[in-house]
Every structure is written in C-alpha cells, then in structure tokens.
Design a protein around this ligand. Structure first.
Ligand code: TMP
Length: 206
C-alpha cells in the first residue's frame, strides 16, 4: 500500500555571488533570481551582512578579530535561514557568503586564513553548490562605486580591494564549485555570463 503523507520536496540549490566591492553582485543576484523564476525555478535572494544588530555592532567595532566574529555570527543565522529555504525547495541566490570573510578578513585585512576558516566552520557547515566570483579590474570597480555614490573609506581602499581580489582568485584555484566570472562590461553582458554558468551547471536550457 502507498504511504500517505506530504511528498518530500527536492532540496533547492545554493548559489553564492562573491566579489570585491563594485563588481555588481547585488544587481546580478537580483537579475539571476528573476531569470531563474522565469524558468519556473522557485528562487529567493539573501545577502550578508544582513542582521541590523550585527551591522550596528560592526560599525562600532575597531577590532579585526571582533569584526571577523561578528561577520561569522551574522553568517550563522543567515545560514540557518538558507538551510530552511533549501529544505523548502527554493534556490537561494546569496549576495556574499563565507568566501567574503576569507577574501576580506584574510586577504584584505591580513588575518590568518586558517583561523578565519576555523571561525567560519564553527558558524556553519553549509557550503554553496556554486560560487560565482565576479571579477573586474579594481580601478573599474572603484569607478562604479564612485558613480553609485558609495565612496566610503572602507569600500574604496584600492590596495585593500586588490588584496581581496587576489584572495578570491586564490580561492577559485581550490575549485569546490567556484568559478570566476568576468564582471567588466555592461550589466547585461555580465548577467549573460552568469546565466551561462548556471545553465551549464544545471542544464537549465529551455
Ligand atoms: P556589501 O557592500 O556587499 O553590502 O558588503 C559590506 C562590506 O562588508 C563589504 O565591503 C565587504 C565586507 N564584508 C567582510 O569584510 N566580510 C564578510 O564576511 C562580509 C559578508 C562582508
């Protein structure tokens, strides 16, 4: 006899968009989610850092270790939310995840990569199914940031952004679902490159 009860939903997919400031992640995360939705895929977007409490604490935090822990704390609760969405069958397109801490806290700020990884392993064991690292020349990213009016000391520190980009490239060499996507060109061109990666990985061509 057939067992009654609710059919188990197929677990969704978790796609992280990563990159230095000004590479266009936030816009592209929205574009990718709406592309997936048009293909009938239930897509949701999330972002880090997200919790107002943590954002507030970060703004007053002068310790690198403290900030690293705050980013990880934000990630721990964000990951639980993502996990629930994946269980419900949603595809989650996330604007930044663990690689951001590796790239910024280790690459940008010079913290020990192993220690940053340890802190993050404690925060969550969740790993993206695909990580698309948007990459463009830091000078172009800085220009975009200025155009957007987002020039703050933190965001437009060019040497820092170069170290961040460098660490992202290093992470891409490790593989584990990471791909570098050329983020120079128009929003449309970059969106097309991202969609190609996603279509290739999950065979979504209609
Ligand atoms: P956003 O500009 O993508 O909103 O991110 C805010 C800043 O926080 C950005 O400069 C990157 C930085 N950041 C870290 O340094 N470590 C992290 O783990 C995350 C998620 C962001």
């Amino acid at each position: 006899m057939r067992k009654r009860g609710r059919a188990r939903k197929t677990r969704g997919r978790f796609i992280a968009l990563e990159g230095a400031d000004g590479t266009g992640k936030s816009t592209q995360a929205k574009l990718l989610a709406s592309f997936l939705a048009k293909r009938g895929v239930p897509a949701r977007t999330t972002r880090e850092p997200d919790s107002p409490l943590i954002l507030n604490a970060l703004s007053g935090c002068e310790s690198k270790k403290g900030a690293c822990l705050l980013f990880a704390a934000d990630r721990a609760s964000h990951a639980e939310k993502v996990e629930r969405l994946l269980e419900e069958g949603a595809w989650v397109v996330c604007d930044r995840f663990t690689d951001s801490s590796l790239a910024y806290q280790a690459g940008g700020w010079g913290m020990d990569l192993g220690q940053v990884e340890e802190v993050n392993a404690f925060a969550t064991r969740l790993r993206p199914d695909a990580t698309l690292i948007l990459s463009c020349p830091p000078s172009l990213a800085a220009k975009r940031m200025r155009r957007r009016g987002g020039e703050s000391g933190f965001d437009c520190d060019l040497p820092l952004q170069k170290r961040v980009s460098c660490l992202y490239r290093f992470l891409a060499l490790r593989g584990a679902g990471r791909r570098i996507v050329d983020a120079s060109g128009t929003q449309r061109q970059v969106g097309e490159r991202i969609r190609e990666e996603v279509e290739k990985k999950w065979n979504l061509k209609s």
